[in-house]
Design a protein around this ligand. Structure first.
Ligand code: AMP
Ligand code: ZN
Length: 114
């Protein structure tokens, strides 16, 4: 989708600090990091959010799930712990309506999240 910022990053139309890429996903540093490590991991396919995935997206979801520990290792935070977050719709705080996960680490995390 031309008007979707994450589709444009996936197509390399606009720049991002890419830290991981495979056939199905791209991980890049968040432009407004909320932790010392804050990586956004997106599906290359435009999917609105986790609530919109279906069975045909199983390979994509597998790639996303396996990307987390690879990116944590690349960023050097696998041993100390990290958090994965995905927001669905405005009330959860979703601002970009293209499936993505936040990988946050490098500091202590609070629970419950706000
Ligand atoms: P959410 O609010 O859960 O939809 O997350 C969207 C995230 O994308 C936010 O943390 C933004 O800071 C981040 N973001 C938006 N535009 C860009 C961009 N061009 N490059 C990197 N991160 C971005
Ligand atoms: Zn998109």
């Amino acid at each position: 989708m031309d008007d979707c910022i994450f589709c444009r990053i996936a197509k390399k139309d606009i720049g991002a600090k890419i830290v991981y890429e495979d056939d199905n996903v791209i991980g890049f540093d968040d432009i407004s990091p909320q932790a010392p490590v804050h990586v956004i991991i997106i599906s290359k396919k435009h999917i609105v959010s986790v609530d919109f995935i279906d069975e045909s997206d199983a390979d994509i979801m597998t790639s996303l799930m396996f990307s987390f520990k690879k990116i944590a290792e690349i960023k050097g935070i696998g041993n100390n712990g990290y958090r994965i977050v995905s927001n669905h719709k405005e009330r959860a705080g979703q601002s970009v309506f293209h499936l993505h996960f936040h990988l946050l680490g490098g500091r202590d995390m609070k629970w419950p999240p706000g």
